[in-house]
Design a protein around this ligand. Structure first.
Ligand SMILES: [Zn+2]
Ligand SMILES: [Zn+2]
Length: 267
C-alpha cells in the first residue's frame, strides 16, 4: 500500500469516527443544514486537493527530499539524531503554522480569504475542510519556504501533514468530551472546545486560540482563551457579516474574498 492510500484511509476513518461521535455526543446545536454544509465542504476539499496536485504535485514532501539530497536547511546542516530531528521538525512546523494563522488574521488581504473558513455558521468535522483554494495554495507556498529553511527529513513532513490533517478534523468536530478529558488534553493539544472559541462571532475570541496541533503556542505567546463570554453550547459561531445560509453557497464562498473586500473597504 502506498503512502497516499494510507493517508486517505486514515483521513476517511477519522472523518467517519468524528461523524458518528457528533451524532452520539454533540456539544453544540446546529443552525445550518449539516448535509448541505457537508456537500459544500467536500466540494471545496475536492477542488483544493485537485489544485494542489496540479500546481505542486507532492510538493512538501518533494521539497524535503530535494533539500535532504542537497544538504540544505538548518536540520540537515546540524545532522543530529534522526528521532530528535523528527520531533524538532514536527514541533517547529507546528509553530510555523501557528504564526501563519496569526498572519492571516492580521493582514486584511489574507483575512479576506481566511474569512471563508470562519463564515461557517456551525462547527463540525467537515469545517476542517472549509478553506478557500487561494488560501490552500498560499499556505503550501509558505510551508515549502519553511521546509527550505528548516530542512526536515521527508518522513517528518509526512508525519506532520498526517497529524495536522487528523487534528484539524478532531479540533473542528462537534463532540462533547467529558470535562476532565478536555482539561487534560488541552494542556498539550487543541481540543474542540478550545478551537470553538476561535470560531466565535466575538472578535476578541476570533483573535485567540490560533493553535492547530499543540495548545502551548497560544499559552506561551499570550493568545490563549480558556473561556468564551458565553457557555460553550451557546457560543454564536461565524462572522458578523454573514449570518444567512443563502450567502454561504459553494459559489458564494469562492467569491467571498471579493464581496468581503467591498463590505469592509466601502464603509
Ligand atoms: Zn482563524
Ligand atoms: Zn477552524
Amino acid at each position: 500500500m502506498d503512502v497516499n492510500t494510507i493517508r486517505l484511509l486514515v483521513f476517511v476513518s477519522v472523518f467517519m469516527m468524528m461523524l458518528v461521535l457528533e451524532s452520539l455526543i454533540p456539544r453544540h446545536s446546529t443552525v445550518d443544514s449539516k448535509p448541505r454544509r457537508l456537500g459544500i465542504h467536500l466540494g471545496l476539499s475536492g477542488l483544493n486537493t485537485l489544485l494542489l496536485k496540479l500546481v505542486f504535485g507532492a510538493a512538501a514532501v518533494g521539497a524535503a527530499t530535494t533539500i535532504e539530497i542537497k544538504g540544505w536547511g538548518l536540520l540537515n546542516v546540524l545532522d543530529w539524531n534522526n528521532v530528535v530531528e523528527l520531533f524538532l521538525a514536527v514541533v517547529f512546523l507546528d509553530l510555523a503554522i501557528y504564526f501563519q494563522h496569526v498572519i492571516v488574521h492580521k493582514v486584511p488581504l489574507f483575512w479576506r480569504f481566511h474569512v471563508v473558513h470562519h463564515s461557517d455558521l456551525d462547527l463540525d468535522v467537515s469545517s476542517g475542510l472549509r478553506f478557500h483554494p487561494v488560501e490552500i495554495l498560499a499556505s503550501m507556498f509558505y510551508k515549502i519556504g519553511i521546509i527550505f529553511l528548516l530542512g526536515p527529513a521527508p518522513i517528518a513532513v509526512l508525519v506532520f501533514e498526517a497529524v495536522l490533517n487528523g487534528m484539524a478534523l478532531f479540533s473542528h468536530s462537534n463532540i462533547a468530551l467529558p470535562m476532565k478529558v478536555d482539561h487534560f488534553f488541552k494542556k498539550l493539544i487543541v481540543t474542540p472546545d478550545m478551537h470553538r472559541i476561535h470560531h466565535s462571532v466575538e472578535v476578541s475570541e476570533t483573535n485567540s486560540n490560533y493553535g492547530f496541533n499543540l495548545s502551548i503556542w497560544d499559552r506561551v505567546l499570550g493568545t490563549y482563551k480558556e473561556k468564551a463570554l458565553k457557555a460553550q453550547p451557546e457560543i454564536t459561531i461565524g462572522i458578523d457579516a454573514f449570518r444567512s445560509p443563502n450567502e454561504l453557497t459553494f459559489y458564494k464562498l469562492l467569491m467571498m474574498p471579493k464581496k468581503y473586500g467591498k463590505l469592509t473597504y466601502v464603509t
